[in-house]
Design a binder for this molecule. Structure first.
Ligand SMILES: Nc1ncnc2c1ncn2[C@@H]1O[C@H](COP(=O)(O)OP(=O)(O)OP(=O)(O)O)[C@@H](O)[C@H]1O
Length: 719
């Protein structure tokens, strides 16, 4: 945590919360009294203004130290501010995961639904977080007996109930908030002015429209809040291990440190670490990932615990199937979970700072100046006409309402409503009116490739066997080791007796004569005729490393099998035939996905071994070619966007040439366009044409660029 002292305050910069700055305040009785007197003298006008101008509200506080503070001024990175009250609670220290019988007073505050407390070791505010032990074994052993009643009550008070309960403001509260908005107050004052000046029809029309817009805003906001609440609030029956044994209860009563049984086909109410069993999770509702993800249990060894997604079960996701008794340790509840983070991002979105808005303010400022000038010019003749002080006041107010038309927001809302109804006719629903303006300003769209521009599913085209240096359409004619590698190096699972998982792996496995058997003593068994191979460990695929591996056991022989992007696997191999690179070039140029397979024998293996420590010196086995066709609607959609002068970009984890071929086939890249491929060798930047010839980057000719992420990072750094 970085801690920057500034005006008796500091910054909290942690992954589990937004970056916020704290300034400590103490409510001052005399300042408060003076402020109330001013509020009364101004007939409440100052009170109204203070609700919108934080500086005025701050006048009743004085800056102080953390120890003496009663309140805190919290400022977010986007400069949103709020004054929050510091509260205190006496609890057992064991609530922090420290074994102690003593109690202590914990000071805390709540900001945007997150609770922050003074962490005793550092003496600074930090978001409440369950402290995990240091090693894998300790995590397994520390919680196995379940927590007792005293700890439970303390944790419920400290972490709160396991619920994401978004409060829905009442209609009266929303009406007061909207009606006290400075612009609405300005509209009302303008209407009074027009009535005094006997512009009855205009005043009544604007009044009816303003009231209608106010009511529709209130109804819309309440409806949205209700929708968010419905989406966020989830409770289910869950089995929990407490010191008195297993109990079934409502999920709101679970706390960090509880051991729970993972319910199948039910949304998980908390974030948890899987301790026993394995399960296939549908994370689509949170991440948009269409494929189910396999979660493994936390290994048992004395190594230091490293946070890893493969053991983490996230709140809001669903277990499609559980293998064995799936037990998990609850680590976060409520708004502190990943789902809570998402809900908070919806409730407190980052403000859009469009130049359009700052330009509008400048424009209105300019109009006001023009009007002021006009008023000064006409002042002489007005005095000459003897309109009197009241007349002068009305004239000047008239001019202000001309410069800043009170009907402006009404006109804007009407325009947006019209745009939304036109979009609806085209089958596009819009739930956030400001999104219409934002969408109109989009000039670049970045597309993910697989599953977005192309189909989710993949078809196996060919396998290139390095043993025979030939293509094999029938995988069962490939070399024995390549078949074993293809059969074992996957992360598939059986769901209702159907093999499920990564579409590429499903496509490969379907072409093999191997049988997949679920097993309790290993990840799975693969059987063909009299051969049986056990998969004893898996290094899951990750997009950042572009590879995966498994440890297999055949009779007494341990082996490491790996598959992944060729540019990652080939450098790890010791026997790559020279013809591979030419083949790779031609396979990728046709837009196919290419994966490389390799293996090596191992003498021993320990589950705590890292893949990086054993993956060197592999024996190359072959290349797999997969066809991933474009979606039917891709080309038409892209041509509409390109016609509207929107720049389209593909952002993919695939190889450069594959991305280039897909870009050409969907129309993002003109087939006649000159293309430059950018990559890097350490810090050296390499520009090539699509035939692999090195070239100079010319800025005069229009060129399409296909570059690796690493290259973009280097360019960004050197810039
Ligand atoms: N299951 C897998 N096992 C081994 N390697 C894989 C697997 N899936 C993908 N790869 C390799 O890792 C690279 C990156 O994959 P990743 O899933 O990040 O890209 P992607 O999401 O498919 O890309 P996009 O969706 O943008 O096309 C792929 O190009 C492929 O070479």
């Amino acid at each position: 945590m970085s801690r920057v002292f500034k005006y008796q305050g500091y910054q909290i910069d942690k992954d589990s919360c937004d970056k916020i700055t704290l300034i400590f305040l103490r409510k001052d009785k005399i300042r408060q009294l003076v402020q109330v007197i001013f509020y009364l003298l101004s007939l409440g006008i100052l009170y109204e203004i203070a609700r919108w101008v934080i500086w005025l509200e701050l006048q009743q506080y004085s800056k102080t130290s953390q120890e003496n503070a009663t309140h805190i001024l919290v400022t977010t990175q986007t400069n949103a501010t709020q004054i929050v009250k510091i509260k205190a609670i006496r609890l057992f220290i064991s609530v922090l995961g420290i074994s102690s019988q003593n109690t202590a007073e914990f000071k805390y505050f709540i900001f945007r639904h997150l609770k922050y407390y003074i962490e005793p070791a550092q003496g600074v505010f930090t978001p409440v977080e369950f402290q995990l032990p240091q090693t894998y074994d300790e995590i397994h052993n520390s919680f196995e007996n379940g927590i007792n009643e005293v700890d439970l009550q303390a944790r419920l008070k400290f972490f709160g109930q396991c619920l994401i309960d978004v409060p829905v403001p009442s209609i009266a509260l929303l009406l007061t908030k909207e009606a006290s908005h400075p612009f609405f107050v300005f509209q009302v004052l303008s209407i009074i002015l027009w009535i005094v000046e006997q512009y009855y029809y205009y005043a009544i029309t604007i009044f009816v429209l303003a009231l209608g817009s106010l009511l529709s805003t209130v109804i819309e906001v309440r409806k949205n809040m209700k929708d968010i609440r419905r989406m966020a609030l989830h409770e289910c029956e869950i089995e929990v291990k407490r010191s008195s044994g297993w109990q079934k209860m409502r999920s709101r009563y679970i706390v960090p440190g509880d051991i729970i049984k993972i319910p199948e086909k039910t949304q998980l109410p908390c974030d948890a670490i899987l301790l026993k069993g394995s399960c296939l999770m549908d994370e689509g509702m949170l991440t948009g990932e269409s494929q189910p993800i396999l979660k493994e249990n936390l290994p048992k060894h004395s190594g230091p615990y490293v946070d890893d997604k493969k053991y983490m079960l996230i709140s809001g996701t669903k277990a499609l199937t559980c293998r064995g008794d799936c037990l998990a340790l609850v680590v976060s509840t409520g708004f502190h979970t990943k789902k809570g983070e998402l809900v908070r991002a919806i409730l407190f979105p980052k403000p859009n700072r469009f130049k359009f808005y700052s330009d509008s303010i400048k424009f209105i400022g300019f109009l006001t100046l023009v009007v002021l000038l006009g008023f000064l010019i006409s002042l002489r003749s007005l005095i000459h006409q003897q309109v009197g002080n009241l007349g002068l006041f009305f004239c000047s107010d008239d001019l202000i309402t001309i410069a800043v038309p009170p009907a402006l927001p009404l006109a804007m809302s009407a325009g947006t409503a019209f745009a939304i109804s036109r979009l609806k006719n085209k089958g596009i629903s819009c739930i956030s009116p400001p999104a219409v303006n934002s969408s109109g300003r989009v000039s670049i769209i970045c597309f993910d490739k697989t599953g977005t521009l192309t189909e989710d599913s993949m078809k196996l085209k060919d396998v290139w066997d390095s043993n025979t240096l030939t293509f094999q359409e029938n995988l069962n004619s490939c070399s024995e080791t390549l078949q074993e590698s293809l059969a074992t190096c996957q992360s598939l699972v059986k769901l209702n007796n159907i093999l499920t998982g990564d579409p590429q792996e499903v496509a490969i496995f379907e072409h093999l004569d191997w049988e997949f058997i679920e097993s309790d003593d290993c990840r799975c068994k693969l059987i063909k005729e009299s051969t049986e191979i056990k998969v004893v460990h898996m290094y899951q695929f990750s997009s950042s490393t572009k590879r995966m591996g498994i440890i297999s056991l055949k009779l007494d022989q341990l082996s490491l099998h790996m598959k992944g992007a060729p540019e990652v696997i080939l450098p790890l191999c010791i026997n790559v035939p020279s013809s591979v690179y030419a083949n790779l070039l031609s396979f990728s140029q046709t837009g196919n996905r290419v994966l490389a397979c390799a293996y090596k024998s191992l003498n021993s293996f320990h589950p705590s071994t890292q893949l990086e420590d054993i993956e060197k010196g592999l024996i190359f086995l072959g290349l797999i070619l997969l066809h991933n066709p474009l979606k039917a609607e891709t080309t038409d959609t892209l041509s509409i966007l390109l016609d509207a002068d929107i720049h389209c970009v593909i952002s993919t984890g695939d190889a450069l040439l594959t991305a280039l071929a897909v870009g050409k086939s969907c129309g993002i890249i003109d087939s006649g366009e000159e293309i430059i491929l950018g990559s890097n060798n350490e810090d050296e930047i390499i520009w090539e044409n699509d035939q692999g010839l090195k070239i100079n980057l010319s800025i005069n000719k229009p060129q399409g660029i296909v570059a690796t992420g690493n290259l973009l990072e280097i360019i960004k750094k050197t810039k």
